[in-house]
Ligand binder design. Structure first.
Ligand code: FE2
Ligand code: FE2
Length: 395
């Protein structure tokens, strides 16, 4: 009997649990490299099966890295020193810069948080879901609040990862730069949290797959894996998501907030590219590089295939359609498709630039349709201002 037929016979809540279980097993079974599996599996079990991120607070994750001290204070990384200078100049105070007095009404059709076109409601009707005008507004509100909640949870992960990496990295110029990133991420937590709290009055729990990635890189003792996970993959994901929402929203406070955050994030990814390019192309063994190639590919797939917004499904449609149907619905939303495209157009050039798109793995990227982003500009070729200008043009 197929899993779909089996779950059809169960009450809705139990069917969801069975589906979630098989999906988790599936996710881990897809990982081909045994070393990558060994590093992702414990976080996978904690996030997908035990759902650690949803068991109330606090969630404790054991850190395993070493703090790297240097009493000689070398200045031998001019690229990082330059980023440090720019980061100091680019600091901003959210109390001063953002128009917090803006009146935000998430259900006001005149100033939509996301446009009607983000969700193709006609397509939803083909799955038996019919929503009236008011419900459509509320559904879009849920989707935006869910996205912003995940941004906030990701920023909390970024704040702690930036602090860990600042301790662990061997470049002294990188440590000074890292201190500015810790401040940046603290500010990002501040602004997303304040927006959700004061303006939307909502907060969704952390998505299980996002939890897995954060757990995996917080507990991995190797600084370059933290870098790869946070500075390249999660920050790349965030830049894609922020960029998509920035282009689409008409709500002025959210637009300004995202613009400021995007400019900071562009520096963070730039730093990741600088540090990892040197390390991966020159300092590690062939076998170590292969593990990182595979890890990056698996996490890219996880990000592409697994962010299914089940938290929104549980709120809206559990018991009305199956999780399997919901996956079809959510992956087909025009707004989500654009989000994936922007995300990978940012991510793939950075993987190329740090030396992880070798001929050995290129066929994998080709097979899943990601190779077309191969020749885009990487983060070290694009400043935050250029990035925002590019988003404006595309809008
Ligand atoms: Fe951030
Ligand atoms: Fe960041």
């Amino acid at each position: 009997m197929s899993i779909a037929r089996l779950t059809n016979l169960l009450p809705a809540k139990m069917a969801s649990q069975v589906d979630a279980y098989f999906e988790a097993v599936d996710t881990l079974a897809e990982v081909k490299d045994p070393k990558v599996l060994a590093s992702l599996a414990p976080a996978g079990v904690r996030g997908l099966l035990l759902r650690r991120g949803k068991q109330g607070t606090p969630t404790r994750i054991q850190a395993n890295h070493q703090a790297h001290f240097d009493w000689t204070y070398p200045h031998d990384q001019p690229g990082m020193a330059e980023l440090y200078r720019r980061a100091k100049q680019g600091q901003w105070d959210a109390d001063v810069v953002l128009p917090w007095g803006t009146d935000v009404d998430p259900l006001n059709p005149e100033v939509p948080l996301i446009p009607d076109s983000f969700v193709d409601f006609e397509r939803l009707e083909r799955f038996g879901i019919r929503l009236d005008a008011r419900e459509r507004m509320e559904f879009r509100f849920s989707v935006v609040a869910w996205m912003l909640s995940q941004f906030l949870h990701g920023e909390q992960g970024a704040l702690f990862a930036a602090a860990q990496v600042t301790e662990a990295v061997q470049f002294f110029d990188g440590k000074l730069y890292g201190a500015t990133q810790v401040m940046d991420e603290g500010r990002h937590v501040e602004v997303f949290s304040r927006y959700l709290d004061d303006k939307l009055g909502r907060l969704y729990q952390i998505n299980d797959n996002l939890y897995v990635i954060i757990d995996a890189l917080m507990s991995d003792g190797r600084w370059d894996m933290k870098f790869l996970g946070m500075q390249i993959m999660v920050e790349g994901l965030a830049l894609g998501a922020f960029g998509t929402l920035y282009r689409q929203t008409r709500e002025p406070l959210l637009r300004q907030l995202l613009k400021m955050v995007i400019q900071d994030e562009a520096r963070h990814v730039h730093y990741g590219v600088l540090a990892l390019r040197e390390h991966i192309t020159k300092e590690i063994s062939e076998r170590e590089r292969q593990e990182r190639e595979d890890w990056a590919f698996e996490v890219a797939l996880l990000m592409r295939n697994r962010f299914m917004a089940y938290e929104v499904y549980e709120e809206w449609f559990e018991g009305r359609v199956s999780r399997e149907t919901w996956r079809e619905i959510i992956t087909g939303l025009p707004g989500m498709q654009e989000f994936r495209q922007v995300m990978f157009s940012r991510l793939v050039p950075n993987l190329r630039e740090i030396g992880l798109l070798t001929p050995r793995v290129l066929p994998h990227y080709e097979r899943v349709g990601l190779l077309r982003y191969m020749h885009g500009a990487s983060a070290d070729q694009l400043s935050g201002e250029q990035l925002v200008a590019e988003l404006e043009r595309a809008a």
